[in-house]
Design a protein. Structure first.
Length: 117
């Protein structure tokens, strides 16, 4: 897991310091960084918490698995939906627009109140 080395270096830590946090030996942690050994699920969770990232991020070596899709990909997926599902999706989009408008209005009102105070 090459990402472990990158994250560790960003924090300015030694392998020994991370190993101590995990409760493993430095050589075991070194094997995680070099890919010679894989951490178990419990250790992955600890690493994710320690480095403030997701387990998914660690497993995919720093590449986000669920990155936003390009518009063409989304349109292709929509085309495969049934007519009923397309109508439901349209309703959901309208709901999201309303939600965003409400949030924007709340922010504007809050900002106006702060200026008055």
């Amino acid at each position: 897991m090459k990402i472990l080395r990158k994250l560790r270096n960003e924090k300015g830590l030694t392998q020994s310091e991370v190993a101590k946090f995990l409760g493993v030996g430095r050589t075991t942690y070194t094997q995680y960084e070099t890919g010679k050994s894989e951490p178990d699920v419990k250790t992955l969770k600890k690493l994710a918490i320690f480095f403030n990232v997701t387990v998914d991020y660690l497993i995919n070596d720093g590449k986000m698995q669920n990155e936003p899709k390009e518009q063409n990909e989304i349109l292709k997926e929509i085309e495969t939906l049934s007519e009923e599902s397309k109508k439901e999706l349209e309703k959901y989009i309208q709901l999201l627009k309303i939600k965003e408008q409400v949030e924007k209005t709340k922010e504007e009102q809050s900002s106006a109140l702060e200026k008055e105070a």
